[in-house]
Design a protein around this ligand. Sequence first.
Ligand SMILES: O=C(O)CCC(=O)N[C@@H](CCC(=O)O)C(=O)O
Ligand SMILES: [Zn+2]
Length: 347
Amino acid sequence: MTSPLMETRDFLAFTLESPLSLPQQYHFHLGNHTQVDILDTGVIVFTPLKTAAKAPKDIVLSCAIHGNETAPIEICNQLIKSLLSETLITQHRVLFLIGNPPAILNKTRFLEENMNRLFSGAHSNGQGLVNAERVRAKALELYVADFFNQGQAGAQRIHYDLHTAIRASKHEKFAIYPYRPGRSYSGEQMMFLAACGVDTILFHHEPTTTFSYYSSEQFKADAFTVELGKVMPFGENDMSRFEDTKRMLTNLITEEVLAVAPYQSSQLNLYKVSRSINKTAEDFAFSFANDAPNFSQFKQGEPLATEAGQQIKVEHQVEAIVFPNAKVPVGQRTVLCLVPAPDEDVQ
Ligand SMILES: O=C(O)CCC(=O)N[C@@H](CCC(=O)O)C(=O)O
Ligand SMILES: [Zn+2]
């Protein structure tokens, strides 16, 4: 049955009408080329009816894992609208996920718990599935698992988890490459991101409970957390700043084989995470200004933060900081420290 969504083709509005769960699933075809499956609130799959693109890809595009990060939601909604209107026809299986609809309605990062700390089973730790974010994180894991497991053998698995950052950044767009021991980094992926305008890569140094790490680790996907700029409310995003990203995501979906420039490290700013500073006491406070942008650099010995009467200082010759947030619960990450990464294993 064709969904009422087809009256407007506005998947975001359709999702926000039923933020916790859909009354039913919908399955229908677009012309004779695409199957559409709406599996849950904010969960929609496009499957080409003709099998076997030359180089098949199974692509996950997620947004709103943090509810107030609106630009990625707008980008995904525009792509979905173009697919539903058949102005774009996908050549590959694509799963779109609008992560946290109740938080979108609430205009906040999350309601009870940061969903991007709940993947790889963390949703069920401690008190278990006690809030909507934990339940949703588990459900999103299962949708991704089913999507990748049902794909064609040999298909390339890709997951871009799209975000925007709380503060301004010296590198406006950047991506976090989840820790992947024993697997080299993909130069092709990094050049694709560069073509999206995402010219800065952070190599993570340890397992995390983020969505991108889940797809990377469980399904060996080329998965990234992608930060597309500074967080803004709906209506205040300058969408011209996302044109390259939207064009490349469109090409990714609609082109059978995507041409990407050969890897050149000179096109990218490469950092590796030297350490993640976790909060261990309630009085944790940063020593630098509240409005210091991401990638601000500090010299060895300079104070970064104070906690329980102790100073936390820069350990390397120079460290840059990203995602500083002193307001997280005790036990969570307050900031990532970065050093240049000229020598990673890229293929
Ligand atoms: O700007 C901030 O402080 C946070 C922006 C954000 O949501 N970043 C992600 C990064 C996830 C990762 O490390 O892969 C997050 O904190 O969840
Ligand atoms: Zn985010």
